[in-house]
Design a protein around this ligand. Sequence first.
Ligand SMILES: Nc1ncnc2c1ncn2[C@@H]1O[C@H](COP(=O)(O)OP(=O)(O)OP(=O)(O)O)[C@@H](O)[C@H]1O
Ligand SMILES: [Mg+2]
Length: 482
Amino acid sequence: MSQVVLLADDDAAIRMVLNQALTRAGYEVRPTGNISTMWNWVSRGEGDILITDVAMPDGNAFEVMPKIRKLRPDLPMIVMSAQNTFMTAIRANEVGAYEYLPKPFDITEVLSVVARALADVRKPTTGQRSGDEPADTMPLVGRSAAMQEIYRALARLMQTDLTVMITGESGTGKELVARALHDFGKRRNGPFVAINMAAIPRDLIEAELFGHEKGAFTGANTRSSGRFEQAEGGTLFLDEIGDMPMDAQTRLLRVLQEGEYTMVGGRTAIKTNVRIVAATHRDLGQMIRQGLFREDLYYRLNVVPIRLPPLRERVDDIGDLALHFLRVAQRDGEPVKAITPEAIKLMQNYAWPGNVRELENLVRRLSALYADERISVEIVQNELNITDRPTGSSSNGVVDVSVAVEAHVGQMLGEYEPNLPPAGLYQRVLDRVEAPLIAMALNACGGNQIKAADLLGLNRNTLRKKIRVHSIEIVKHSRRGH
Ligand SMILES: Nc1ncnc2c1ncn2[C@@H]1O[C@H](COP(=O)(O)OP(=O)(O)OP(=O)(O)O)[C@@H](O)[C@H]1O
Ligand SMILES: [Mg+2]
């Protein structure tokens, strides 16, 4: 007998597409466009699995899902939503969804998730929250495909104590992610303690981490607690871990292995209960090869790696982020302002070496310095100095590709002097060219993959594979002026 899929979505087209695919895969599908019908089925004990949209005409699925979990803990629930925000991923996880799939979804992924969920039935899903719910504010802004991947990874990590290693260029939001992991995780009622290895004199790092006894060294006039002690029961954020001196690395590794430490100048071992989140903007793999970072410590810390992409790889977030920072400025008393779509476009063509922090500073500067109500393309151009880029710009402001590639490769080679960069340079450079090429071709074709494949002269399957590899977000639209 075939298994029954309950399918709730107010979009008839989505119901049809999923219905067909699931039926073809051998399931019996029961589609509905509203929550009350879905709840009737569930409460009568029908269905083996539920796929549900969030916002429907007669209510919000997040409101009934806790009831469903209570009534039928064995019914796996898959949430689909077009509200692709951090909170959607978090909420889906909190109400006990088996999986959360942002729209537009990939049919094959839906099918594989359904199969996996049904195979996993009777294993309990992630634990449900009780009591003090986290505030409904949004710490992380941005809905690009790249950020959604990160939200899903974060949501899965919320119920765990796993060690997380966050990497990313300066200003990409590493500290913000570390805080979100704590604030929405199961240790959120404990302390969040941060220590920045780059900001503390090297010979004081161990005393800072583990504390010191009175008289441990000159100037140690009293006993002082360390960050491990302060973070007890909570999260310890080891920021700029790549800047940690070797001997401190050795000591930290031992503490992580043994789960206990001694204070500087102390004798007794103290048990520790902290969740570790580490971050760095450095290439730790490279540092290991150069003998500057302990490989064994790296593996201890890199249990769950999270890579925050630079802002230029998620230009779709720039509009959301700019609006967000404008709103923050208003809350701080700056006058109400708007940014024109053309100005946002221009920002999307800028490289943002300082990433989100640079964008935040720009918006703060614009809202404080300019009297204009609308932030125009001219103002942004002026502040970003986009017209007079030093190299590679021809008279129309377009960068010549070969000049840009030369500059890029030259910089990479320079960074690793006197050594060579890690193997695979050819592919890495090609990837950098390929991703924007495909994204722009898709955009020019209104998101139509068949047309884009023609335009590029690529096979459709090849194009689809590359879209997946580069996590390119497809926005369907009819082209302007047509
Ligand atoms: N997704 C985001 N949504 C909203 N604000 C963000 C986001 N990402 C970063 N920010 C803001 O940008 C600034 C820089 O973020 P953060 O300090 O977390 O970066 P970082 O990666 O730790 O940088 P660094 O390597 O320089 O320490 C902060 O003010 C942060 O609030
Ligand atoms: Mg930081």
